[in-house]
Design a protein. Structure first.
Length: 149
């Protein structure tokens, strides 16, 4: 029976599909287009005017080809001021007196925030932050454009 099941599955296609979900370590660590809905569902849902931000981790390989230790990459994630907006609470940017021009960002945007903004907590695979809607400083197109201190 296992032979018939194994023969009906294209192993190379399955391996290629799995490999396509990962981004090479020398490239951007977070590729937002590859976030699985089940992972997103397991992340906390922000309440009120808060939003869930996934800080940018950066590359694990320098332009010169040196591989950075995991500790250095993790420390960079802790000190980053750039993140990806994963979720927004139901009251985000609803205060018309505070945000007369509308929302400053939306789910799926790369944003800049203050270094110590929000509440930090760890999940399997890294750190996430919950920030208030007014703690967003700017929206950017590519997190690689911003250099951390």
């Amino acid at each position: 029976m296992t032979e018939s099941v194994t023969s009906s599955i294209d192993i190379s296609a399955a391996q290629a599909a799995m490999a396509s979900m990962y981004v090479p370590p020398e490239d951007r660590v977070l590729d937002p287009t590859k976030v699985d809905q089940s992972i997103l569902d397991r992340m906390p849902q922000p309440t009120g005017w808060r939003m869930l931000i996934l800080p940018y981790r950066g590359k694990s390989k320098t332009a010169g080809g040196l591989h950075l230790p995991d500790k250095v990459v993790e420390d960079g994630q802790l000190s980053t001021v750039v993140g990806y907006v994963m979720k927004q609470g139901p009251l985000c940017y609803q205060d018309e007196a505070k945000f007369p021009a509308g929302a400053w960002c939306k789910t799926g945007d790369w944003v800049i925030f203050a270094r110590y903004a929000g509440s930090r907590f760890r999940i399997d695979g890294g750190e996430v932050r919950i920030l208030n809607d007014d703690e967003i400083l700017a929206v950017i197109g590519d997190p690689e454009d911003i250099l951390s201190l």
